[in-house]
Design a protein around this ligand. Structure first.
Ligand code: PEP
Length: 259
């Protein structure tokens, strides 16, 4: 994983209003500064609710912070009669770098299909955003032992028709649904098995060179106490962190997993 810069991305889910968001980002920045964190060695990003983004942008741009940010979802449409939806164009204007696409909570509670996820990946690129494309199996699939096939089918569906020039910058997050918010973390070997299979699939779909460049994150109950062992795996290039990312000291410790 030497040539890939690890990414620690905090998915706040539906937590923290815009005032709390400002406090968290400030505390995170101070903590990382104190530790002399090198953002070019381990990239740090937060993914707040939509309504926080303008405040986070003001703070990050105004104080020239190195923390990056993005959104948790976007519409597959550019504009128009889609009440309640948020366009990738709006997110780009707010300085977002990333947008999560196909998180398991969107797939489950908003019935997002592989087809929807594919159009959202394309919509992210259309607006210059980098998708953090989420895949992962439920407990039933894991117990049946077909998790690798299941995840690779999601990967192929989400990338269908995506040209290499775009796919080269994608971030893929492997998040076994049974490990999200449950406190049950996959073993480092479990995470490595699926992340390695995703990389092999990228090499087949595109090229070995592209597969070597794409960052593949693990997500599911990552904490400061378990992150280092997961990051030791050769095909794990970072973490998508939910619950532990809304505590700035804990998230900073995750970002500092090498200490
Ligand atoms: C997530 O929501 O992407 C996630 C991994 O959550 P948690 O870290 O809380 O399991």
């Amino acid at each position: 994983a030497a040539q890939r810069v690890p990414l620690m991305a905090g998915n706040w889910k539906m937590n923290l209003d815009h005032l709390q968001a400002t406090h968290l980002v400030q505390k995170l920045d101070w903590t990382l500064r104190d530790a002399k964190h090198d953002h070019s060695a381990v990239e740090v990003a937060v993914l707040p609710p939509f309504t926080d983004l303008r405040s986070v942008q003001t703070l990050v741009e105004g104080d020239r912070l190195s923390i990056r940010y993005g959104a948790q979802d976007l519409s597959q449409h550019q504009s128009g009669a889609y009440t309640g939806e948020i366009s990738g164009a709006f997110l780009a204007k707010l300085g977002c770098t990333y947008v999560t696409v196909g998180h398991s909570e969107r797939r489950e509670y908003h019935a997002e299909s592989d087809e929807t996820v594919k159009t959202k990946v394309a919509a992210a690129y259309e607006n210059g955003l980098t998708p953090i494309f989420c895949v992962g199996e439920g407990l039933d699939v894991r117990q049946a032992g077909t998790h690798v096939d299941h995840v690779l089918a999601q990967v192929r569906a989400g990338l269908d028709g995506l040209p290499a020039v775009k796919a080269a910058s994608i971030v893929i997050a492997y998040e076994p649904v049974w490990a999200i918010g449950t406190g049950e973390v996959a073993t480092p070997a479990d995470a490595q098995e699926v992340c390695a299979a995703i990389r092999t699939a990228l090499a087949e779909l595109y090229s070995g060179d592209l597969a070597d460049r794409v960052r593949i994150l693990y997500g599911g109950s990552v904490k400061s106490g378990n992150v280092a062992a997961i990051m030791e795996q050769g095909d794990v290039d970072g973490a998508l962190v939910g619950g532990a990312s809304i505590d700035p000291a804990e998230f900073a410790a995750i970002c500092r997993y090498r200490d």
